[in-house]
Ligand binder design. Structure first.
Ligand code: NHR
Ligand code: GAR
Length: 216
């Protein structure tokens, strides 16, 4: 059984690439039937084209409102009959209607250890707060921003040598490990969202989700 996936992206698409690579390696039992971008210049589109995956461009600037944009996205996505929607660096806040439509079958990767550091500009905020740990989180998407149940979290250390750029690199290296892992689990039917909680193999995970700690 192969899971039918639609990916939404806004930028470089390195997470999309990591997922495509693991599908090509048979590590994920799935296929990506379309990649949708809200930015016509997103490099994610080139990556999809190189892999022979159909692309959809819907520029949010050409819609009057968020609901109108989200409705157009649903109309573009649903013909592909996706079983999973993957937000891979997708930068537009989604309406409650969009989130309810794909509830339990839409996941995101966020560059922080949720529930800490929701929202944008996480690396600089972590540095400014003098944190000694940071990381990234794969979670189910619910209407409340960055608030859906965690699936997997990867922890990295923050040292006095770090700046926003080194943190981006450290965190993205982990993203490219845990995001394909979460997609593989979903595709195998091993993770589910039940009552605002993630279960792995029918067992509820704690608030952090499954934790990967790469610190030595
Ligand atoms: N939508 C809902 N309803 N719930 C979530 O959990 C969502 C979501 C949409 C995107 C990703 C998220 C992240 O991982 C995500 C989770 C964009 C913004 C944002 O403020 C915030 C969080 C996330 C993504 N976007 C601005 C907006 O006005 C635009 C910013 C820009 O274009 O650079 O939509 O961090
Ligand atoms: C990733 O680091 C992801 O965590 C972050 O954007 C990057 C996308 O990279 N997501 C957000 O900040 C969502 N607000 P990619 O396009 O190379 O996958």
């Amino acid at each position: 059984m192969s899971c039918n996936i639609v990916v939404l992206a806004s930028g470089s698409g390195s997470n999309l690439q990591a997922i495509m690579d693991q599908i090509a390696d048979n590590k994920i039992s799935g296929r990506i039937s379309a990649v949708l971008c809200n930015r016509p210049e997103a490099y994610a589109l080139e990556r999809a084209k190189k892999a022979g995956i159909p692309t959809i461009v819907l520029d949010h600037k050409s819609f009057d409102s968020r609901p109108a944009f989200d409705k157009a996205m649903i109309e573009a996505i649903d013909p592909h009959k996706p079983e999973l929607i993957v937000l891979a660096g997708f930068m537009r806040i989604l309406t409650p209607e969009f989130c309810e439509h794909y509830l339990g079958r839409m996941i995101n990767i966020h560059p922080a250890l949720l529930p800490s550091y929701k929202g944008l500009n996480t690396h600089q905020r972590v540095l400014d707060a003098g944190e000694s740990v940071h990381g990234c989180t794969v979670h189910f998407v619910t209407p409340d921003l960055d608030d859906g149940p965690n699936i997997i979290q990867a922890v990295v250390d923050v040292t006095s040598e770090d700046n926003a750029e080194t943190l981006v690199n450290k965190v993205q290296q982990q993203e490219h490990i845990i995001y394909p892992q979460a997609v593989a689990w979903f595709a195998e039917g091993r993770i589910k969202m039940i009552d605002q909680r993630t279960t792995l193999d029918e067992k509820p995970l704690g608030e952090t989700g499954y934790v990967v700690d790469s610190r030595t």
